[in-house]
Design a protein around this ligand. Structure first.
Ligand code: NAD
Ligand code: TYD
Length: 341
């Protein structure tokens, strides 16, 4: 149990989940201090943190987790590291894998070294269910904490590498670590390269939604606040050295079903669906057994998928400036390269 008031170093706090986590944490534990270390890549956006930027318990460092000087300085007096910083998009990892190895593998190892040198009380690593590879549609099995690693994209391979390093620092050097491997998050502030915000913002722009291949791919969807609640519980009650899987669903749902739900919420017909060339090595199905964190820490998802999908659509409608500012120059170039004209 970590006692208040604590000083947290959040890496990647200007990204989608990191920003939601900082907003969640500062509301719940206003006495804690947070230092956000972020490189502000295309995915980092300080607009996400506008409502707390002036809070005296919050500080921002613009820097790279691969830069030892920066991270050693950021680590001063830190009790808890919550490590979100990563290159996070599978399609970008297929086009340009090197950055993923540098940030996700080398960057994580550099942070681990610095955390060890600075005697942090906890290093919590945020990872993904994608490290377990792909399940068949006909399979009734789900991933659990004992599933063998079998990553199939440069992104998931780099996250798998980082998970192994985090565990190695626990086993070899006794660094007090915990890991959560979660499923696909959705909610406010998600960069519109990911499926759900890409679909919503395309529809708002009256554009079609690209659906890879047959669209029968299955993801487990987790509302971002439920993910933040899970990290909170693991930080406060989790056992050192342990890994917890975090998921949001009990039943499979295909990408086509997700897009049909979004179209219904937005009063559009299915002519907005455009089947496009499939992603190479596309993982068919992810499904997460989250019974360990439920049994051991009493966590379960509280945000129903249908209800919070609707609220997420509302958020993008109400925050048009946020996503229009993101969908400019570099984004347009990426979109053209990824999807054609
Ligand atoms: P994101 O791409 O929205 O944000 C990543 C953040 O990390 C950005 O603010 C970026 O500027 C920062 N960053 C990137 N490289 C950096 C570097 N070298 N140094 C410092 N900062 C750097 O990602 P996200 O969706 O918020 O994901 C956060 C974490 O959660 C990642 O580790 C990701 O692998 C994991 N995860 C995400 C999902 C999901 O559905 N989004 C699911 C499972 C796991
Ligand atoms: P994504 O949001 O990229 O997350 P991940 O690949 O990490 O699961 O994709 C979610 C699902 O949606 C995945 O099966 C790929 C599919 N997808 C599309 O069909 N079209 C798209 O334009 C994108 C970005 C994803």
């Amino acid at each position: 149990m970590i006692t208040p008031a604590r000083k947290l170093l959040v890496t990647g706090g200007a990204g989608f989940i990191g920003a939601n986590f900082i907003l969640y944490w500062m509301k719940k534990y206003p006495q804690d201090k947070i230092v956000n270390l972020d490189k502000l890549t295309y995915a980092g956006n300080l607009e996400n943190l506008k409502e707390i930027e002036k809070n005296s318990n919050y500080g921002f460092i613009h820097g790279d987790i691969c830069d030892v000087g920066t991270i050693d300085e950021a680590m001063q007096g830190i009790d808890v590291v919550v490590h979100f910083a990563a290159e996070s998009h599978v399609d970008r990892s297929i086009k340009k894998p090197s950055k993923f190895i540098v940030t996700n593998v080398v960057g994580t190892q550099m942070l681990l070294n610095s955390a060890l040198r600075n005697n942090v009380k906890r290093f919590h690593h945020i990872s993904t269910d994608e490290v377990y590879g792909s399940l068949e549609l006909s399979d009734t099995n789900k991933f659990n904490e004992r599933t063998k690693y079998n990553p199939r994209s440069p992104y998931s391979a780099s996250k798998a590498g980082s998970d192994h390093l985090v565990r190695a620092y626990y086993e070899t050097y006794g660094l007090p670590i915990t890991i959560t491997n979660c499923s696909n998050n959705f909610g406010p502030y998600q960069f519109p390269e990911k499926f759900i915000p890409l679909a919503i913002t395309n529809i708002l722009e009256n554009k079609k939604v690209p659906v890879y291949g047959d669209g029968l791919y299955v993801r487990d969807w987790l509302y971002v606040v439920d993910h933040c609640r899970a990290i909170d519980l693991v930080l406060n009650k989790g056992k050192i050295g342990e890994t917890y899987l975090v998921g949001g669903m009990t039943q499979d749902i295909s990408n086509l079903e997700v897009i049909k739900k979004i179209l219904k919420i937005m009063n559009r017909d299915e002519s907005f669906i455009e089947h496009v060339k499939d992603r190479p090595g596309h993982d068919r199905r992810y499904a997460v057994d989250w019974s360990k964190i439920e049994k051991e820490l009493g966590w379960k998802p509280l945000h129903d998928f249908d209800e919070w999908l609707e609220k997420t659509v509302e958020w993008y409608k109400e925050n048009e400036k946020w996503w229009r500012d993101v969908k400019t120059g570099a984004y347009q170039k990426y979109y053209k390269e990824q999807y054609g004209e």
